[in-house]
Design a protein around this ligand. Structure first.
Ligand code: FAD
Length: 432
């Protein structure tokens, strides 16, 4: 029987980040995954979808080439090559992860892990013994009871990568980030899209101004958006269900060893990521929202440093950036105006539009705005960006909020010209 100081179950961003950090800190580490390292994020989530979206952006740019003074013929789309490009991106990053595994001396066990007791698991007939465990088994897409998910026309995000050709029409159920990203992608290539959302607004977690702006953009692209709508009869060629996820906590012995599971199949953990069993921790999607790769990896790092008694700084769940990738992009962090109103918190709001920004005008990307919500004593409470490069710009607010930098501190920092990020400076200058 092989023995390790730490065994990580699940090799997504939460799991591999934890395993690598633990190895760097000198622990003997094993990581187990029944698919491949990288998890949902690398295999059909964050990375492959961003590769798809880049194709859509290029296609749109080519179609708009004449507005840049460039005349070209009608572009021809090879859907198989678009999918292949996502596979190449995945393979390249996967190689990097396997290289790290070897370099750091982590033992990778491909296979399905099942707990035997709180100190050992079984993986394809091998028993591994661990002093400590981190469960990072992620989440899976929720199914809609009213649909026959065994039909090849009813898909979740993972199935998109098995499509052989562009669908003529598709209904997307759920207008969160994933639903909106796929709506943008397929619409760009000519698929008729209907986007259904049960709540009052698309992107219901975003500040209302942002979600309404995105609604207008998608409408302009002729996407049929129906909010306050539950899926009933659907006549499109395909249905994509993107209504959220549930924790992957079933079927690998957690009941047997008595791990407490909460609502939505999420493993219950304390503020340090520890389950109700002393030597077993859990991180990432399996412990609940926000279901984001950077949250999983942050938790993975935190837990390992906590186990190693390095006294890591607590994760601040009030300042987690969230991104939606489409054209325009959305980057947001902290509280929305609706949340502030609901909680009766005093705030100031400043906003500016990209059509007044030099770089945006020069690069014909003037869609959108920056909206910043600031406390009475001039600290950022929330920032909401919709526009080009929004997903890059939001990190400035992440830095400021996490480190309690004031508006004055941000204004003290020089923003290069011409950049989209100057809009942050210009927006905050309204407070001077
Ligand atoms: C289409 C899509 C797009 C997304 N885009 C983004 C994005 O742009 N940005 C972002 O931050 N997030 C995005 N996400 C979410 C992101 O992918 C997840 O938050 C992230 O992957 C969670 O990481 P994790 O390590 O917690 O789990 P996962 O990445 O789900 O990894 C868990 C791993 O554990 C394995 N596993 C499960 N059970 C066992 C077992 N018993 N034994 C062995 N192995 C097991 C699984 O096979 C999997 O490989 C997207 C998700 C989807 C579906």
């Amino acid at each position: 029987m092989k023995k390790y100081q730490l065994i990580v179950v699940g090799g997504g961003p939460g799991g591999y980040t934890a395993a690598f950090r633990a190895a760097e800190l000198g622990m003997s580490v094993a990581i187990v995954d029944d698919n491949d390292l990288g998890g949902v994020c690398l295999n059909w989530g964050c990375i492959p979808t961003k590769s798809l979206l880049k194709n859509a952006e290029v296609f749109e740019l080519i179609n708009d080439a004449s507005s840049y003074g460039i005349e070209i013929g009608k572009p021809k789309v090879h859907f198989d090559k678009i999918i292949d490009k996502t596979i190449q991106a995945r393979k390249r990053l996967s190689k990097g992860l396997h290289f790290q595994v070897r370099k750091l001396g982590v033992d990778f066990f491909p296979g399905f892990a099942s707990f035997i007791n709180q100190n050992s698991i079984e993986v394809d007939g091998n028993t591994l013994h661990g002093d400590t465990f981190i469960i990072a088994t992620g989440s899976k897409a929720k199914h809609l009871q009213s649909l026959d998910h065994s039909s090849k026309n009813v898909m979740t995000a993972k199935d998109i990568f098995n499509l052989k050709k562009l669908p003529k029409s598709m209904t997307i159920i759920g207008a969160g980030a994933i639903g909106v990203e796929f709506a943008y992608f397929f619409n760009a290539f000519g698929t008729n899209i209907t986007l259904l959302e049960a709540q009052e607004n698309i992107l219901p977690n975003e500040d209302l101004d942002v979600s309404q702006w995105m609604h207008k953009v998608l409408k302009r692209k002729k996407i049929d958006i129906q909010t306050n709508t539950l899926a009933t009869e659907i006549n499109d060629e395909y249905v994509l269900v993107s209504i959220g996820v549930e924790g992957n906590s079933k079927g690998f012995g957690l009941n047997k060893i008595g791990i407490e599971i909460g609502p939505n199949q999420h493993i219950k953990v304390d503020k340090d990521g520890k389950t109700n069993i002393d030597n077993i921790y859990a991180v990432g999607d399996v412990v609940g929202p926000p279901w984001l790769a950077h949250v999983s990896s942050t938790e993975g790092l935190y837990v390992v440093e906590h186990i190693s008694k390095l006294n890591p700084k607590k994760i601040d769940y009030n300042c987690i950036p969230a991104c939606t990738y489409s054209k325009p992009e959305i980057g947001s962090i902290g509280l929305s105006q609706e949340m502030l109103d609901k909680d009766g918190i005093d705030y100031k709001v400043v906003k500016s539009f990209f059509n007044a920004n030099g770089k945006a005008v020069a690069s014909s990307s003037t869609e959108g705005f920056i909206k910043i919500l600031v406390s009475k004593d001039n600290y950022v409470l929330g920032a909401h960006i919709i526009g080009s490069n929004a997903t890059e710009m939001i990190s400035e607010f992440s830095l400021a909020m996490r480190n309690k930098l004031s508006v004055e501190n941000i204004l003290d920092s020089i923003h290069p010209h011409p950049t989209f990020s100057e809009a942050i400076f210009e927006t905050l200058m309204q407070l001077k």
